[in-house]
Ligand binder design. Structure first.
Ligand SMILES: Nc1ncnc2c1ncn2[C@@H]1O[C@H](COP(=O)(O)OP(=O)(O)OP(=O)(O)O)[C@@H](O)[C@H]1O
Ligand SMILES: [Mg+2]
Length: 403
């Protein structure tokens, strides 16, 4: 029943996107969808964007209408490209624009570390130089999922506490393929890193020479975790079917988007924008009310920026569009599709964040995985042809260029 409603919502969204980028006639013609290609969508997007980009217009009234229309064009483009890529996953090649993948989610125990470890093993088995970094500084255990039984000889703490000069000095070649930068949260204070240490760590991670770098994050929405997530090229938010988990996943997405908007300028801005105190204050007041209520949706924020500070509209819209996290639904019970859980998060994200959050895949509930947490042999190694390994491979293959 729910799946049917989601399907209907999805189809309605796809038709609306066709009407926006092409025409009403195209939207009502079923054969049009069958012949639609990513190239056609890209061409239509460029055609529309040329006409409706806010920077192409002068005059406030015209600009207002234009930027609203441009936002709709952008969203329609994403809806259609996501739809076509889902139909033909071989088109996915996201690692062609960045190697750092962060695995996050707002709750503990939902499988972030299991997924990071096994994804890393799979990527390494495909011949990609893969580095896994345990950034769950207060609860490091990624090394266990890679088969290490005891505390590591050298960890990320040695780098943060300046006992070594570079992250390369604490890298360990793990037995199953990926290189590990492990953690040790038994060391007092390891979770509490200050701003300068965080920036140093982010810089060092960006400089790692590898094909893929996968970051295992802690299970909350603290600023440090959000910042690691936002600095990655690709963010994966893990959720399960539990209400607490998917509500947490949505809160994580919202917190990350608002953190991104609050770090649009200054040292932490990814685009290296010069600090702009006035814009920062404006966004802070719009997104972080004292009692946690009354924050604007992203569409409302865009509309008010357009009204009050049109000169910053492009920068804000660029930041919004640059926020493209993925979802992985873990421990999906037998007989249920990951789309059901993903659909709930996607609907709220669409309404509040004006973003299409793409489902990267689902992972079932597997006794093999539970066992691997006890005997410390990664499930993908023990059962390379098992259902879990197949699901991890499908997720990984949507992340890398299919050869
Ligand atoms: N698909 C699955 N099937 C069965 N068990 C699973 C699955 N995914 C994870 N688990 C189990 O859930 C437990 C928690 O997993 P994991 O440590 O990866 O969670 P986490 O999100 O990293 O938690 P934390 O934030 O506390 O680090 C592990 O014991 C693991 O074996
Ligand atoms: Mg973990």
């Amino acid at each position: 029943m729910i799946v049917n409603r989601l399907e209907t919502d999805k189809i309605r969204g796809i038709k609306a996107a066709c009407a926006c980028l092409f025409s009403e006639a195209a939207a009502t013609n079923d054969q049009f969808l069958e012949t639609l290609s990513v190239d056609m969508v890209k061409r239509a997007y460029r055609r529309n964007a040329r006409v409706h980009h806010p920077d192409m217009k002068t005059g406030t009234d015209v600009k207002d209408v234009t930027s609203e229309r441009f936002l709709a064009i952008q969203q329609s483009y994403e809806v259609l490209v996501n739809y076509l890529e889902d139909m033909n996953p071989a088109n996915d090649a996201i690692l062609s624009h960045g190697k750092i993948i962060a695995v996050g989610g707002a709750k503990g125990g939902i499988g972030k570390s299991v997924i990071t470890a096994n994804l890393g093993i799979y990527l390494a088995s495909r011949g990609l130089k893969t580095v896994l970094v345990d950034l769950d500084l207060g609860g490091s255990n990624l090394h266990l999922y890679l088969g290490y039984r005891s505390i590591l000889q050298s960890t990320i703490n040695d780098f943060l506490k300046k006992r070594v000069n570079s992250l390369a000095d604490v890298m360990i070649q793990s037995p199953h393929g990926p290189i590990l930068v492990g953690g040790d949260s038994s060391e007092l204070g390891s979770a509490n890193i200050d701003f300068m240490k965080k920036m140093k760590l982010i810089k060092a991670i960006n400089a790692i020479e590898a094909d893929c770098v996968v970051l295992d994050l802690g299970g909350d929405t603290s600023y440090n975790i959000l910042d690691f997530f936002l600095q990655a090229d690709h963010g994966i938010v893990v959720t399960t079917r539990d209400s607490a988990s998917y509500i947490g996943a949505y809160h994580f997405l919202k917190a990350a988007m608002y953190r991104k908007l609050n770090r649009l300028t200054g040292m932490e801005s990814r685009a290296g924008e010069e600090k702009n105190t006035m814009l920062e204050r404006y966004i802070r007041e719009s997104t972080m009310s004292e009692d946690g209520h009354g924050a604007k949706t992203v569409n409302e924020l865009v509309a008010s920026i357009r009204e009050d500070h049109p000169q910053y509209l492009s920068a804000v819209m660029k930041a919004v569009w640059g926020f493209n996290p993925y979802l992985v639904v873990n421990r999906v019970p037998h007989g249920i599709g990951p789309e059901e859980v993903a659909g709930k998060i996607q609907n709220v994200a669409r309404r509040w964040l004006a973003r299409e959050v793409k489902l990267l895949g689902g992972i079932g509930r597997h006794p093999d995985v539970e066992r691997s947490a006890i005997d410390l042999v990664p499930a993908i190694i023990r059962y390379p042809r098992g259902a879990f390994a197949t699901e991890i491979a499908a997720i990984a293959n949507r992340l890398i260029k299919t050869v």
